[in-house]
Design a protein around this ligand. Sequence first.
Ligand code: NI
Length: 331
Amino acid sequence: MVGVIMIKSHNALLSLTFCILLLIIHSSALTNTSQLPCTSKTLDQLQEAVDKLLRQTSASTKETLALIHQSTRLTSETQLNTHQHPDDYSQDFIDKFEQLSQKIWTNDDLYQRIESIPLASLTSADKHTINHAKTLFSRYGFQPETGDIHLTPIAEGKLLNILQYPEPELHQKAHKVTEFNDELQELIDNMLTTMYQTKGVGLAATQIGVRRQVVVMDVSITQNHPMVFINPIVTPIGDTLLTFPQGCLSVKDTMDVVTRPKKVRIEALDRYGNPFVIEDDKLIAVCIQHELDHLNGILFIQHLPIQKQKSIATRLGHLELARELRPSIKS
Ligand code: NI
């Protein structure tokens, strides 16, 4: 779904215009294929790929990209497996993996090799491979000698159709994503394009009829900080609540306030399957809770009193639905 929230507050000293919560989430069924156990052989393969990368400075771009792809894939698979099944891995294995990863993803020569690959003729999949590698450099705290790590612009996605209330598909639960393949990358690009073109700040895969736990958001004023949350787990921190106006791209011309936990911890995977954790008590917290509801088949209007829900259904022309509406969730 997409939510649109606009808050305008003016006073004598400050004129603040906060705009904007558009939340869109769609999730669709992804099946997991990367749950292969990682072993010491995985580390050997990773070491071998990186040794080749660093040694073969005269390799063709195609060979280099294949090795980068292998290195990023092995790193992310191992990260994901050790994150999701910590009891299955010895401390020794995790220590060795961390040491190896640190060595690779803070290696300046490797970064410069990746940075020097000409982008003009690359396919979208190859650009993703480069972005994935740069994400790992960033995650391991690598600082390039000049400037920041810049992710490569990815090809524009397609504008997708956003399902509208009372479409039953909006009430389907999303499945976990388990395969971080090219198809997922295309879905994410399409969702980002759709979110930006519809002036949303969030979109869940559920809202485009895809039952996968995929959320894209951008709560920045400048709308140039895309965030991707795969399989998000949201845990409230503390007892403080926040009442905040919200709207949704899947419920047109409707805005109302919803009260939710103010501060949350979000555990999720990025678009390449790398686990990350953030805590927030501002727009990200508001938005992710709205989007998580979408993944669970819940629209923000279901948090409103039943009489309000009936009047929304009536106003949008769904008279029969308005008559039959019963409270469906608490709060
Ligand atoms: Ni929404």
